[in-house]
Every structure is written in structure tokens, then in C-alpha cells.
Design a binder for this molecule. Structure first.
Ligand SMILES: Cc1ncc(C[n+]2csc(CCOP(=O)(O)OP(=O)(O)O)c2C)c(N)n1
Length: 614
């Protein structure tokens, strides 16, 4: 059946039974592709029937849909003419793992970060109304994404606006890990209510059609409507803030989904449809381990085992060291915005449950709360992925840095992350953190240096940022690990012909480049810059004055990073006749592909650097 589906039109004449069969084929197809390419498996397996129903009832030639996070759009991509291309999922120049307006006319809004869909959809609905047009606008959001502040701000506005739009709440009780929070408590009450079935949908339609004649009758009828509705719809949050709440509905029953979507389409006010789904549906191994299969690398379908041996990574090194430090210092607390596993805090959460806080997908709140804990004597450690730190920028500035509070901000997945692409690349953090007064910014050259930096940061009693990349350390190992001192770089190799200044994971590359240069009788000096801020002006200046030839290497954007800092240093100190070249990512959003491929494209690999020096 799947081979016959080239556009949503091909769904129109299918029976429910045929759609059920198609759902199974889609599951199998996604499983095959993700087991080869890696990707977001469990969320996509859980949303197959819902996506089929959406494309059956709505016509996205005119109607519009925004997918929250966007990691669950593989089914949507298959149904909208990208079935074959999906085989190139997350590969360089292949299909993206998230919606992209440039990829298809059926992708109406780019997503990747959580909790944006309701705002975007409301914007589209308001634009539609201002233009006097008529089509449906939908947002599909998970129960995890609903915990994000932006989603709640949008709900507040939608309910009040009375604008015609539909929010589909895909409730699988999971964020990446089990979902938490007060809203989750509310949803779990709703989950236990009687399921919406075709028969009570029909009843609700009838209630809405009770005619209203004359003023006195209005009140009676409205009262009657309300009391009947209460029998079916629990009076609660969503209705109170201006939505018509429909559900809960079984998200794996295509017939019931289609019925409820048909009702929603006819309502001219905001509607919220509560859909219950199972993450990983249809693949038992993922159903049992939805967190592990939220996002996965290539794996064996039979066993669920990873095809690549997962070595030690920076997140694990961070998590283990934090446990060691927390054993000695009871003021240390750890905060995560729904990323316990990804940031290496799983073991910490078990060891110190009272000092561990998973606060939902709410980076702003995580950092604001960290500031509160710090001002009252705790030492909060907050690991967040680089691209998600963007969410909490004002909290870093206004709540933490301005009050000079001792919060340790660990920037995981810094630099290019690879297959997740533009929304997830962590190339901007050095640039935006460097602007902020009071921040101390470091990046380790290897695992051991991350451990040392964490220990240093916890003792520093200042706001500190430590950035480190996804994955493991370089094979280039370092014997030397000087003590970390504020604002002090580390000279790894002395030389007289060229100064190589590198930071973070790029220090290893700098060393390799220096070794190769040595073969050509070029004597390079290599400095592990360590602190982007405060910069070790004295040491770096001395080196520049000696060689008058500098290259800088960093895994961040070219704007306002290490290269910029060194250029400023040269000008501010009036050092004349210096040749300088900076290796960094360009002022662009970096597409998906493997880290190695992207480094090559942007001339950050060893070979490109050497070619340009010679
Ligand atoms: C701002 C932001 N923080 C964190 C993430 C990482 N992240 C991706 S999906 C996800 C969980 C989403 O849960 P939910 O919305 O319930 O969708 P599900 O995967 O369960 O279908 C998280 C935390 C993100 N994409 N954006």
C-alpha cells in the first residue's frame, strides 16, 4: 500500500481497514530507516494513526499545520511525497529530521526547539483572519512540549483570542523521560475520563445544535447545554481558559480520530483535542524503552542493540565528576530541563534525588530557579544543550550574571552536533555568552580538563560557563594538565614560527596541525586558550609578538568568538604586522550532516587547515 501513496490525495479513497494496514507498513518502513540512519524513533511510531487521520480530514493544500519540536514528522514526510527521499534521512543534503519549509510545500514552519507550535499557529490564524481568508490552522504538541513556557504563553493568548484554530495535544505521558509537573498531573486526571468515542461526539454535536429562541430561553438552553456538557466533558483548565476541549481520544484508532477531527473542523473557536498515544507503538523494544528510543543511533531491529559501541562521552564524564564533587559538597544541586539522560545526570538523580530537579522543558525557568537557589546559598549546576541555552539567554544575563551569582552553566552539545541540523547546532554560544559581563567562559581540551574545570567552577563563586561537545574526546591525548587558574591559558608546545591558539575540542586539532608542520620545519607554538573570558592577554600577546603569525581554531561561529577576541587583542595592544587567520564556522546556519563532513565543508578539519597554512 505504501508504494501507492505519493501525496495526501492518495489517502482520500482508502477505507479505515486499508489505512490501518498502511499504518503498519509505515511503522515498518520508519523502523527500517531509523535502524540504519539513526533518528527519532519512538515519537514517530506513536503518531502514525494521528498523522494519517490529520491528512485524511484536512487538506494541507490550503489548511496549515505546525508540528511542535518537529521530531515526529517522519510519517508526515512519507505522506507528503517524500517517501523515497526519507531513505536519506539526516544525511548530508538528505531529508532533514525536522520540518523545513524549503523541503516541502507541506512544511509550513521550521521547528526543532520545543514549545513553539501554538504561537506560530496562532500567528498564522491571525494572519488568515486579517487577510479575510478561510482555512484551518493546527498545532500538534506533545505533553512534554506543553511544559515549556512559550506553549503556556500561547495557550493563554489563544483561549482569550477566540480565534479559530485547533491544538492537538499528543499525550504519551513522556517527554524524553517520563513527563513531570503540575500539568502532567492535570493530564493524568483527564486521561482517566471516559474516552471520546464516535457516539458521544455525535451527542455533543446535537447539544451544540439546540436552537436558541428568545432571551429567557437562551439562559435555560445555555444552562441545559452546560449541565449536559459537564456529563461528558470534565470542567477543567482548558475549557476555563477559552478552549473547547475534545477528548481524550484513542490516538491509535483512526476512525475515532477522524470523527473528532471532523467535529473540530466545524468549530469556529479555539479547540484542544486530547489524543492519547503510546510512544514506540508497534515495536515492542521501543514501547518498553521509549526514552532510549526517543532518539537513537543505528541499531539492530531484532535486538534493539546499538550498531556502534557507545564509548564514554563528555556528558558522562560531567555526570560522574559531579557526583564525586556533590559527595564532598552538599550545596551542589543539579537542574535539568527534561534532559536527564542526554546531559549525563541519570546517576546523579538516583544518588541525590533531593538535590536533583527535572523542571520540564523550561530552560528559562531552570536558569531563573538556579539564580534563586544560588542567591540563597546553593551551588546550582545546570547542564543544557548549547542550542537550548538560547532559550534562557535573558535569565543568564538578568537573573544570574547581573547579580554575579555562582551558577555553573554547563553547555553540552557545544559546536556542531551533526545529524539534527540547523536547529540543534551549538555554534552560537561562545558569541552570545562573550557579550555578557561577569561571565567566566571556559572550554576543556579533553575529559580530564572538563573534570578539572568543573571542580574549579564550583569553587569559584562566580557565574561560570563551561562548554563541551557532543560525543567523546579526540584520540590525540594530552599528558599535560596544568592546574586551572582563572584567566590562565596553557602553553602546550613552544615554537617560534606560528602561534596556534585553539579552544575546547579544537586544541587537539591544533596539536595535530603543529606536528604536521614540524615535518615541514615549521616550528609552531600551541596554546590551549582555556578561557574565552577572561582572556589570558599576557601569554597570548607574548606569543603573537614572537611569531607575528597567528591562527585561531574554534568550533563556534566566526563572529565574536576566539578569533574576534584575538583580533581585538592585536588592535588594542597595537601589535603591528601580524598575519592572522581564523578557523571557525561561517556566519550561517549549519545544515545537517556528520560532524566530520561539516568540518570538512567549513575547512575546520586538519587537512584543510594544513593546506591553507602551507
Ligand atoms: C527548547 C528545547 N529543549 C529541549 C529539547 C529536547 N527535546 C526534544 S523532544 C523532547 C521531548 C518532547 O516531548 P513531547 O513533546 O511529549 O513529545 P514526544 O517525543 O513525547 O512525542 C525534548 C525535551 C528541545 N527540542 N527543545
Amino acid at each position: 500500500m505504501l508504494e501507492k501513496i505519493n501525496s495526501p490525495d492518495d489517502l482520500r479513497n482508502l477505507t479505515i481497514l486499508e489505512k490501518q494496514k498502511l499504518a503498519e507498513e509505515i511503522r515498518k518502513y520508519i523502523l527500517e530507516i531509523v535502524s540504519e540512519n539513526g533518528g527519532h524513533l519512538a515519537s514517530n511510531l506513536g503518531i502514525v494513526e494521528l498523522t494519517l487521520a490529520l491528512h485524511s480530514i484536512y487538506n494541507f493544500e490550503t489548511d496549515k499545520i505546525v508540528w511542535d519540536v518537529g521530531h515526529q514528522t517522519y510519517v508526515h514526510k512519507i505522506l507528503t511525497g517524500r517517501r523515497e527521499e526519507l531513505k536519506t534521512l539526516r544525511k548530508l543534503n538528505g531529508i532533514a529530521g525536522f520540518p523545513k519549509t524549503c523541503e516541502s510545500k507541506y512544511d509550513f514552519f521550521n521547528t526543532g526547539h520545543s514549545s513553539t507550535s501554538i504561537s506560530a499557529a496562532l500567528g498564522m490564524a491571525r494572519a488568515r483572519d486579517l487577510k479575510g481568508e478561510d482555512y484551518s490552522v493546527l498545532a500538534v504538541i506533545g505533553d512534554g512540549a506543553l511544559t515549556g513556557g512559550m506553549a503556556l504563553e500561547a495557550l493563554n493568548d489563544v483561549g482569550y483570542s477566540k480565534t479559530k484554530m485547533t491544538v492537538i495535544l499528543n499525550d504519551n505521558e513522556m517527554s524524553i523521560s517520563p513527563n513531570i509537573g503540575g500539568l502532567n498531573m492535570l493530564l493524568s486526571k483527564l486521561r482517566t475520563k471516559k474516552m471520546y468515542t464516535r457516539s458521544n461526539i455525535v451527542m455533543k454535536k446535537r447539544i451544540n445544535k439546540i436552537p436558541v429562541i428568545g432571551k429567557p430561553t437562551v439562559k435555560i438552553v445555555q444552562k441545559l447545554k452546560r449541565s449536559i456538557k459537564q456529563l461528558i466533558i470534565p470542567k477543567m483548565f482548558f475549557e476555563d481558559i477559552g478552549f473547547t476541549y475534545l477528548g481524550p481520544v484513542n490516538g491509535h484508532n483512526i476512525e475515532e480520530l477522524q470523527s473528532i477531527l471532523t467535529v473540530s473542523k466545524q468549530i469556529d473557536n479555539p479547540v484542544l483535542i486530547h489524543v492519547l498515544t503510546k510512544k514506540g507503538k508497534g515495536y515492542e523494544i521501543a514501547e518498553k524503552n521509549p526514552d532510549k528510543f526517543h532518539a537513537t543511533g543505528p541499531f539492530d531491529i531484532k535486538t534493539g542493540k546499538s550498531k556502534k559501541e557507545k564509548g564514554k562521552d563528555y556528558s558522562k564524564v560531567f555526570g560522574d565528576k559531579l557526583i564525586e564533587l556533590a559527595n564532598k559538597n552538599e550545596k551542589i544541586v543539579a537542574i535539568t530541563a527534561s534532559m536527564k539522560d542526554g546531559t549525563g545526570l541519570k546517576e546523579f538523580s538516583k544518588k541525590f534525588p533531593k538535590r536533583f530537579f527535572d523542571i520540564g522543558i523550561a530552560e528559562q525557568h531552570a536558569l531563573g530557579m538556579a539564580a534563586g537557589m544560588a542567591i540563597d546559598g546553593m551551588i546550582p549546576v545546570v547542564p543544557i544543550y548549547s542550542s537550548f541555552y538560547q532559550r534562557g539567554y535573558d535569565q543568564v544575563i538578568h537573573d544570574i550574571a547581573l547579580q554575579n551569582l555562582p551558577v555553573v552553566m554547563c553547555v553540552d552539545r557545544a559546536g556542531v552536533v551533526g545529524a539534527d541540523g540547523e536547529t540543534h547546532q551549538g555554534t552560537l554560544d561562545m558569541a552570545f555568552f562573550r557579550l555578557v559581563p561577569n561571565l567566566v567562559i571556559l572550554a576543556p581540551k579533553d575529559f580530564k580538563e572538563l573534570e578539572d574545570m568543573l571542580e574549579f567552577a564550583i569553587d569559584l563563586k562566580k557565574p561560570v560557563v563551561i562548554r563541551y561537545p557532543r560525543g567523546g574526546e579526540d584520540k590525540e591525548t594530552f599528558e599535560k594538565h596544568e592546574k586551572i587558574e582563572e584567566g590562565k591559558s596553557e602553553i602546550l608546545k613552544e615554537g617560534k614560527d606560528i602561534s596556534i591558539f585553539a579552544i575546547g575540542k579544537m586544541v587537539a586539532r591544533g596539536m595535530k596541525v603543529a606536528k604536521k608542520l614540524e615535518e615541514n620545519n615549521i616550528d609552531a607554538e600551541v596554546i590551549n586558550v582555556r578561557f574565552l573570558k577572561p582572556l589570558d592577554i599576557e601569554t597570548l600577546k607574548k606569543s603573537i609578538e614572537k611569531t607575528k603569525n597567528v591562527i585561531t581554531i574554534e568550533d563556534g561561529t566566526i563572529i565574536n568568538g576566539l578569533g574576534t577576541a584575538i583580533k581585538e587583542l592585536i588592535i588594542d595592544n597595537n601589535i603591528k604586522d601580524v598575519k592572522i587567520k581564523s578557523y571557525a564556522y561561517p556566519d550561517k546556519f549549519i545544515q545537517h550532516g556528520s560532524v566530520e563532513e561539516l568540518e570538512k565543508i567549513y575547512h575546520l578539519d586538519e587537512e584543510s587547515i594544513l593546506k591553507e597554512i602551507n
